[in-house]
Every structure is written in C-alpha cells, then in structure tokens.
Design a protein around this ligand. Structure first.
Ligand code: ADP
Length: 487
C-alpha cells in the first residue's frame, strides 16, 4: 500500500456508512477527493450520508440499498473499508484482486496525523474501553492533550480533521479495525486478553487472534508491546512482536508464564522485558526504577481493573510518562459509565451500575469485584443461552439475594435457586424498589445483568440510564414505583 498524500480529485470509495465510514468520508472530502459512498442499507436508514451528500452534492456519489457492486468500486483508486464490513467480503476480494488498494478507516486517518508524538494502541476481547480511557487519563495528567478514541467514542478520522489539537494518540482498536491496518504504528501496543468472540466473522480463535496481533505489525525499533502474561493465547500471539514485550500478571512468581521468545526479545529471549506485578496496595514494575503504584480508585475495583490499570501504567511509562503522572491519572480516572459505575450511597447502601455486563462472563467479573460484600444482585434480560452456573459459583459467599428482571428470569431461577434466594421482580423499577426496602447499610446493590438488554431496553446504555435515574430518584427520596406484586 502506497502512502496516501495527494487525494485532490482522486476518486475514493468508502464502504460502510456507520460512524467511522462517515468520518473517513469527511476527511476525504477535506482532502479534495471525489467520494463514492456505499452501504447496503436503504437511503432512509442513512441520515448521516444524506446530510453529507446535501452538503457536498458535487463531490459525492451515493450507492445505497443494494449489495456492493464491483463496477462502481472498480472506478475508485482507493477503497476505504469500515470495520463493519469484512475484508473477506467476496466483492472486496475481487476489487482487491483487480489491483485497487483497500485500507481501513484507522489506516487512512493515521496517514493524516503527526507521527512524532506518543501513539498507544489497545486491543483485546475485554477491557479495551476501560484501558483506553484510563491511558488517556494518564496522558491528560501529563497535559499532553491526548486524542482518546478509535473503536471507543470518536473515530480516528475525526482526529485527523483537527490534528493540531492533539499531542498524543490513545486508540482503542477492535479486531475488525486491525484487519485493515498496514503502516499504522502503535509505538506502545497492548493486547489485554483473548477469549472466543466474534466467531460469526472469524473461522476460529486462531483467526480472531491473528487479527488482534496485527496491532504489532507496524511497530519499529524503540517501540514496545504490552501483554497479559497470564493469558497463554495472548503470550503466544506476542511471539509476533518484533519489539521488547512487557507483561502484566496477577500471579505469584512461581506460577508465572514464561515470556514469548519473540524476535524483539533479542539477547533476553524468553525473558520479559519487564513485568507489572500486584502488591498489597496496588502494583509495581519489576524493572527500571521499580515504580510502585497504589490503586484505591473506586472506579477501578476488581482484579480485572487491576489488570487494566497495570496495562495502562505500562503503556504510559513506555511512552515517557513519569511515575508521578501515572499515579495522578490512576487516582483521577472517573471510570466509564455502565462498567461497575458507582452511583453513590443511599442510607449507607452503595448502588453500582454494571449494565455493560451483557453476558455471564462479564457478570462474573463484576461480582468478583466485591469479594467481601453483601451483594444484592440484579440480573436478567434477554438471555444468550450460555449456562448460568459460573454466576452461581461467583455468587457464593457474597450474594444475599438475586433480584431477577426480564425475559430470561426463569432460567436464572433454575440455575440459582434454592441455593440463593431469588426474587422475581420483572422490571428494573421493581428490583430497585425491593433492593431499597431490604438492603442494609454496608450492602451493595449491583446491576450486573449477565444478559442483553433488548427485551426491555434499546441498549445496555439505555438500561444503565434507567437504573441511574431510578437510583437518583431514591436519593432524592421521591422514588415512585408502579404497583406490582410484592417480592
Ligand atoms: P471492551 O471495550 O473491550 O468491551 P470494557 O472496558 O468496556 O471493554 O469492559 C467491558 C466488560 O468487560 C466489563 O463490564 C467487564 O465485565 C469486562 N472486563 C473489563 N476489563 C476486563 C479485563 N481486563 N479482563 C476481563 N474482563 C474485563
């Protein structure tokens, strides 16, 4: 793939008109390209594309509402592919075979951004958004004016539209985005973990992992990789890194995994370039200045957030941040909504919104963040068919009762009763009412549903918003609940 520099008058196709496709289109228009926009959705479902067309009628051709067709794509000198569209799409494969270069939105944006500043990339199956946002906070504390986005929040092409505003880039990357990078260079690149996901798009875990490992592709001398040293799949992937590999681990020394024997390891082959390891009050680096960090930010509770914090601290350190700045960022991080988000206390009871836990594994991760608590767990919604037994194991010793909501409540009852008291509540409002009546000072009420939200809500965000509002009402002492059967 050649360097894209001069696009004035050049025809470029954008395939897929979601948030990042539209952002790429805006960047291409700024560069003076003639833009062909493609989406299989009908025009009335593409309001963003319609607006763009209305603003640039002479520079845009819109192909909507039918399968991508080769003819108009072949007229382009470059095709920018949105993450929602697989590069393995048969039409795209034929277009590429005909000699038209393809690149992802991240790759396009990268070519229009400064490269002499810190660049951090974060990927993995879980924890990407938290780690990206937290790393962004570390750079914010350093007053480096970071752009924080990518898969999370704002597409990278938006950054390229006002590149001068930023002094560092912290980018969340999905496997879909990483399929389509080439020169993109994350100077510090993290792979947090790898568990089976998106297997509708990839033939297997190996292919999914290979897409994630593309984060190492553009790295050069002086760069570094950060990986979860406790995840054998991730350690195996990091063999592909050609730079020093740093690990983070929750394990005791005798249980630790050997480092990958990567080309980047040089003379230290098989040894970690450095590790972040847990301490009584947080974590420490076992290299260099042996920096120690305390972690007592409630927005970073649980062993999974210790991992996210270690990854973020390593990434920050490897891009030049001081220990002092890193500590400030760890303390200041406000957390992300819907991920173990503390909504505060009412009558001594803490309310926590973990609406993002849309599957059993995430709810287990959520529960594990309260090792000593008396937890009232609100769970249920649209079930995904996975067994609830891991939830039962995680609930043991900490859950007082489970308040069920939504469609899959009967399956939760089957899996959890009679070991646990299960109170079928039907709605979130009713569950909040029951919890508010029964929880005692010191208890935690945790919404960590283990289910999708779509039976009762538009999205997990919507579910989280409703829960937040219900708790706000409790705080204001004006909770009004619809009449319903008492649980
Ligand atoms: P992503 O952007 O990868 O979806 P998030 O930071 O939004 O990740 O977290 C999503 C969910 O994944 C959280 O609600 C939590 O249950 C789980 N999670 C977060 N960090 C980790 C981690 N390091 N390891 C395992 N699970 C995690």
């Amino acid at each position: 793939m050649s360097k894209v520099t001069e696009l004035r008058g050049v025809r470029v196709a954008v395939v897929g008109l979601g948030k990042s496709g539209l952002s790429a289109a805006r960047l291409l228009l700024r560069e003076g390209a003639q833009v062909s926009l493609f989406d299989e959705k009908p025009l009335d479902a593409l309001s963003g594309a319609r607006e763009l067309l209305a603003a640039h009628p002479d520079a845009i051709r819109l192909h909507a509402g039918s399968p991508f067709s080769e003819g108009p794509l072949l007229e382009a000198s470059l095709v920018v592919v949105s993450p929602g569209v697989p590069l393995a799409h048969p039409t795209l494969k034929r277009v590429r075979a005909a000699g038209v270069p393809l690149m992802g939105e991240v790759e396009l944006a990268y070519r229009f951004l400064p490269h002499d500043v810190p660049w951090v990339g974060v990927t993995g199956t879980n924890g990407k958004s938290t780690t990206t946002a937290l790393t962004g906070e570390l750079f914010r504390q350093a007053r480096l004016r970071p752009f924080v986005g990518g898969n999370l929040g704002t597409p990278l092409s938006d950054a390229a539209l006002s590149a001068e505003a930023y002094g560092a880039f912290v980018i969340e990357l999905s496997s879909y985005q990483l399929e389509a990078v080439d020169q993109f260079r994350a100077k510090a690149a993290a792979v947090l973990n790898l568990t089976p996901d998106h297997l509708d798009r990839y033939p297997g875990l190996a292919e999914y992992g290979a897409a994630k490992a593309e984060i190492f592709k553009g790295q050069r001398v002086g760069d570094a990789a950060v990986v979860n040293a406790d995840d054998a799949e991730v350690v195996a992937l990091s063999q592909r890194a050609r730079v020093p590999v740093y690990g983070f681990t929750l394990r005791a020394p005798q249980d630790r995994t050997a480092a990958p024997d990567s080309p980047g390891a040089g003379a230290s082959g098989g040894k970690w370039a450095g590790l972040a390891v847990p301490t009584e009050s947080g974590f420490a680096f076992d290299f260099g200045a042996q920096a120690r960090f305390t972690l007592n930010n409630p927005a970073l509770r649980g062993p999974h957030n210790l991992q996210n914090a270690m990854a973020a601290a390593l990434l920050g350190h490897l891009q030049g941040l001081s220990g002092e700045v890193i500590q400030k960022g760890l303390d200041a991080f406000p957390g992300l909504p819907n991920r173990l988000e503390s909504l505060g206390r009412v009558n001594g009871v803490e309310w926590v919104n973990d609406s993002k836990a849309t599957n059993v594994n995430s709810a287990v991760v959520g529960l594990n963040a309260f090792p000593h608590g008396r937890v009232w767990l609100i769970a249920g919604g649209k079930g995904k068919g996975a067994p609830y037994s891991p939830l039962r194991d995680a609930a043991r010793g900490r859950v007082v009762a489970v308040l069920t909501v939504g469609q899959d409540a009967p399956n939760l009852v089957k899996a959890l009763a009679p070991e646990f008291e299960v109170v079928p509540c039907g709605t979130l409002a009713r569950a909040v009412e029951v919890a508010s009546l029964r929880a005692e000072p010191g208890d935690v009420v945790l919404l960590s549903p283990a289910c999708a939200s779509l039976d009762q809500f538009q999205s997990f965000e919507h579910r989280g918003n409703v829960f937040r509002e219900l708790v706000q009402n409790l705080k204001r002492g004006q909770a009004t609940f619809p009449a319903g059967p008492r649980g």
